[in-house]
Design a protein around this ligand. Structure first.
Ligand SMILES: [Zn+2]
Ligand SMILES: [Zn+2]
Length: 387
């Protein structure tokens, strides 16, 4: 058998050796908010939460606590104090934990979930829109954001009760949170129950609500956070900031904050996934003769060759000058340059003559068609000016 080292239950809860039951509850509640699997799904948090549960169970039981104070471990095999639920078995639902503290459902874990509803509810998620330029979305940045959400009321720490007071059992429903009424119907007597109107189903009322939050346990506050935008994000993507959303009623655990990316249109580039597209006007002569263009890319200027004889609608592909792939380890999309070959208009006399000359030299006076008959032959006839 393995030797069992006595655990530092006080240390796990972060309380002093002379902690009162109230201190224990406060510490436990704070840690449960942080590590309960419903709130924090990581395996480490689960492990931690098991420990916290065990520590709370041990220290809130006077007999077990005494064993701890004498240097023993009530949860050790054969360590006395009986086998508790500490550490083993499924976790209590987050709601049950909150109910155990704030509801009227009695000792922890007792009975099925019936009766009054808890004042403590998980908070909802919040969403915030962040407008980015293409360059910012492409290369990422750290951006300050101003968040306006419900936060735990600092005055009552979420309980909703004014200092020195506490919620008391509702007289109307005697703490059950519901009232029953009997109705006579043609089918006989029917018992119906509905939430108690006096306490809104909570089973308790707050006679002295906290003046700061009016009993809600939370207040709205504005704060500035820094959000890290990774390189390669796209329009419509959401970045999740865990636990930065709205705090729930009764100071319940906060939801998440989602930062939704909106990419502003760029005046040169159109983005398709990780690729960028742009359009460049090339004079017909340059397309025919070939040229060298200096392009502005996300990374600065880039020189590209347009081959002689480039046709309208041609595309040049500049590899690796697109947008970095999100979590792509430095891989990047490409830049596609669509060449818009422009035919000259408004030729003056000399320019016209030059082009005429060119056409003659290239034997191009007649529109070249392949095959005969049908549409093309009619077009040729039209060009030649006779039927
Ligand atoms: Zn308050
Ligand atoms: Zn009531």
């Amino acid at each position: 058998m393995r030797a069992h080292v006595a655990k530092d239950y006080y240390g796990i809860l972060g309380v002093a050796k002379d902690a009162t039951p109230d201190d224990l509850k406060k510490a436990y509640r704070k840690l449960a908010r942080e590590f309960h699997p419903d709130v924090n799904p990581s395996p480490e948090a689960q492990e931690k939460f098991k420990e916290i549960n065990a520590a709370f169970e041990v220290l809130s039981d006077p007999q077990k606590r005494q064993i701890v104070d004498l240097g023993g471990d009530p949860l050790a095999p054969g360590g006395g104090g009986g086998a508790g639920a500490g550490g083993a078995g499924p976790f209590m639902d987050f709601q049950d934990i909150m109910d155990a503290f704030f509801g009227a459902s009695g000792p922890m874990g007792a009975g099925p979930r019936r009766g009054p509803r808890s004042r403590v509810r998980p908070g909802s998620d919040a969403i915030l829109r962040l407008d980015l330029d293409l360059e910012e979305a492409a290369f990422g940045l750290e951006s300050p954001i101003t968040v306006d959400t419900a936060t735990v009321c600092g005055t009552c720490e979420g309980s909703g009760a004014a200092a020195g007071s506490a919620p008391v059992t509702c007289d109307t429903c005697e703490g059950s949170g519901e009232v029953q009424s009997v109705q006579r119907t043609i089918l006989g007597q029917m018992v119906t129950s509905r939430p108690c109107a006096t306490c809104s189903g909570f089973g308790t009322v707050i006679p002295n609500p906290c003046p700061k939050c009016a009993g809600d346990g939370r207040v709205r506050s504005r704060r500035t956070l820094t959000v890290k935008i990774p390189a390669g994000v796209e329009d419509g993507m959401r970045i999740r900031l865990a636990g930065q959303g709205e705090v729930g009623p009764g100071g319940g655990p906060a939801g998440d904050l989602y930062v939704e990316i909106h990419e502003r249109p760029h005046d040169v580039f159109t983005r398709k996934g990780d690729d960028l597209h742009c359009k460049i006007k090339v004079p017909m002569t340059a397309a025919a003769l070939g040229t060298n263009l200096t392009l502005k890319t996300l990374d600065g200027e880039e020189s590209v060759d347009v081959n002689p004889g480039t046709q309208p609608g041609s595309t040049l592909r500049v590899r690796g000058k697109g947008v970095p792939r999100l979590r792509g380890g430095g891989a990047r999309g490409d830049l596609f340059v669509h060449l818009d070959v422009r035919t000259p208009t408004k030729l003056d006399a000399e320019q016209g003559e030059l082009l005429q000359k060119l056409a003659q030299l290239r034997d191009e006076e007649i529109v070249e068609v392949k095959g005969g008959g049908g549409f093309f032959s009619r077009m040729r006839d039209a060009f030649n000016g006779h039927a």
